[in-house]
Design a protein around this ligand. Structure first.
Ligand SMILES: [Zn+2]
Length: 456
């Protein structure tokens, strides 16, 4: 037998590889060859060890290799709000609407340093639980979040909270229409395409963005080939607002403005009529479906997904339920939620395919972020964004690796994470930043930041 001839950076060996590619390919005792940040080849370990000479070999015996998960709707700025709502509700003091009473006021109090700390907390949590890419929904100090993304080693898209039209937004978050446009353009220019961390544009939601701003941001984003992250069909108050002010439902309003197309990324999209779902499919507008959708509506995620809409899953940040950035817990909630909505009324116990929520969180997210050429599945030519999970944890005795992944795995099983071929998690520990120090700072600063809200 001749010696391996092709030199590469890294060879992962002896893994159960679950690719989520078009054919749903699985490899027992599989190997993944990585060079220059990309996947070169996937195949049997025996074949790839004979072919490749790697600088580093990672023995993944007993582990599953899968593509990194994608958080399609994250509020980096709300990371230190985790647990605030349960605490307020416990004391019987909750006021509505939450975005106006708590979420935006909390964000308005953040300094540049707070945002960097929020980013380090959020992105380390994401990486440690197997998420390699996020799309931020827009917060203050987006450059600080971007710096944290660079430092932690995650892939991400940063946006700025953008509002120009609201009577009740704290001074520090308010922008004129022209300022909002300039700030969005500046962010995209400072974090251009091609990097691991890039900028995109944002509109908070139609209740606090003027039609002039919506049209201008859509035009500037389209010209630059970036998406516009927004909230849409999130609440019944938003539908009522749209009908009262514009005489039509939100999707019809945005369609008439000629902005409802593949540039738009619409978080939640809960209160959709059947005609709205068809409009998403026709227009290419993408969706981020979040687990907290089930708290306030009857979301039609499966209908979007099976109608060909570009739909991914999102955490919605740590402030809202569940207060986790572990995307495995989100996929589980989505599986249960969609089963309940579509399966229970017709007594169909297994309406979803077992891996469907995970495919939404990988392939679906990649498509929603317009990144299918780069991430979302394990395939030669794509970025080496790879997660290795241990299968010897408390729920590890399962009939197959796929069965464990869809039925037993959580982010706590993640052992190793590669982003662009770089090992950023190893043995369940982040290799890039000091997580213990970051969390200690988070605990201390959180006390100050939530103090203003607990006695409301
Ligand atoms: Zn949100």
């Amino acid at each position: 037998m001749s010696a391996p001839t092709q030199s590469i950076d890294t060879l992962i060996t002896h893994a159960d590889v679950i690719t989520f590619d078009d054919e749903g390919s699985l490899f027992d005792d599989g190997a993944i060859a990585i060079d220059n940040g990309s996947i070169v080849e996937i195949g049997p370990t025996a074949a790839l060890t004979a072919k490749f000479s790697a600088i580093e070999t990672v023995d993944a015996a007993g582990m599953i290799a899968m593509p990194g998960l994608i958080d399609a709707h994250l509020h980096t700025a709300q990371t230190m709000m985790r647990g605030l709502f349960p605490e307020i509700i416990h004391h019987g003091n909750l006021e509505q609407p939450m975005w106006r009473k708590y979420l935006i006021p909390f964000e308005s109090n953040l300094t540049d340093d707070d945002m960097e700390l929020s980013g380090r907390l959020a992105y380390s949590s994401l990486l440690l639980t197997g998420t390699t890419t996020f799309f931020d929904a827009g917060g203050p100090h987006p450059d600080a979040a971007a710096r944290a993304a660079v430092d932690t080693g995650i892939r991400g898209i940063i946006t700025r909270s953008t509002v120009d039209d609201s009577f009740d937004i704290p001074e520090s978050m308010r922008l004129t229409t022209d300022q909002a446009i300039e700030e969005n353009i500046g962010l995209v220019e400072r974090w251009p395409a091609g990097g691991r961390v890039t900028g995109a544009m944002a509109l908070r939601q139609i209740m606090n963005c003027s039609p002039e701003l919506i049209t201008a941001i859509h035009r500037e984003a389209t010209a630059r080939g970036v998406k516009v992250h927004t909230h849409l069909l999130e609440g019944s108050d938003e539908i009522a607002f749209s009908v009262v002010r514009y005489g039509k439902r939100p999707v019809e309003f945005l369609t008439e403005l000629e902005v409802f197309d593949s540039t738009l990324h619409c978080a939640h999209s809960v209160f959709a009529s059947p005609w709205d779902v068809a409009a998403y499919a026709r227009s290419g507008a993408s969706v981020a479906h979040c687990a907290n959708n089930y708290m306030f509506g009857v979301p039609r995620a499966l209908e979007y997904w099976r109608s060909g809409v570009a739909i991914g899953l999102g955490t919605d940040g740590a402030a809202t339920s569940p207060g986790t950035l572990d995307m495995f817990r989100i996929t589980e909630a989505v599986g249960r939620g969609q089963q309940h909505i579509y399966g229970v009324p017709v007594h169909e116990h297994f309406l979803l395919e077992p891996d469907e929520p995970l495919r939404m969180a990988t392939r679906g997210g990649a498509r929603a972020l317009n990144m299918s050429e780069k991430i979302g599945r394990l395939e030669a030519g794509l970025a080496a964004d790879i997660v290795l999970l241990r299968t010897d944890g408390p729920d590890g005795v399962a009939v197959s690796p796929l069965a464990f992944l869809v039925d037993g795995a959580t982010g706590r099983d993640v052992d190793t994470v590669f982003v662009d071929g770089r090992r950023v998690v190893e043995g369940g520990e982040l290799t890039t930043i000091d997580v213990a120090e970051t969390r200690a700072r988070g605990v201390a600063r959180q006390k100050d930041l939530v103090a203003a809200f607990q006695n409301v």
